[in-house]
Unconditional design. Structure first.
Length: 162
């Protein structure tokens, strides 16, 4: 048995250190979470996707009393972008969250399902997607690739081809 290590690279920044475009993207994610439908968890998440054509698509989490029927903010934004701009690449996604019942003091990371969706978008466009994870105290964790969030991502090349 051999132990191996994976090195992941992230940047840590304060909101004020980001360029104007990244600040705008985070502000769009924050604006999106204010319209989230989260009556059960009180956990509001917003995502904003910057496309290669400079369009920004935002989304927020949508809960449902039948929990599996809801959808996360990241997937809402990415699926909308994919449905309406199918041939336009995703440059960056910004994610921010707020709770109605407690203070969030660190960045919130996407769930596994959202990471997998982000990974597939990155794979199909043959271009990394930059990920900005924003906290309410304006800390920002930046990944230059979805692979840094999901190093063992499942991809279509792993499917058996006949």
């Amino acid at each position: 048995m051999k132990e191996e290590k994976i090195n992941l690279t992230f940047l840590k920044a304060h909101f004020n250190e980001l360029d104007e475009a990244e600040q705008q993207l985070i502000n769009m994610a924050k604006s999106a979470y204010s319209n989230a439908y989260a009556p059960y968890s009180g956990f509001l998440v917003g995502a904003a996707v910057l496309l290669e054509n400079d369009k920004i698509i935002s989304g927020n989490n949508q809960e449902n009393v039948a929990y599996p029927s809801g959808l996360c903010a990241e997937r809402v934004a990415l699926y909308y972008a994919g449905a309406n701009y199918p041939n336009v690449k995703v440059n960056t996604i910004a994610i921010s969250a707020k709770s109605k019942t407690y203070d969030i003091t660190d960045v919130v990371s996407p769930c596994g399902a959202c990471r997998q969706v982000m990974a597939e978008y990155q794979q199909k466009q043959h271009k990394n997607i930059r990920v900005l994870l924003h906290s309410s105290n304006n800390k920002v964790l930046i990944a230059n690739s979805v692979e840094d969030l999901l190093p063992f991502m499942f991809n279509s090349e792993q499917l058996r081809k006949f």
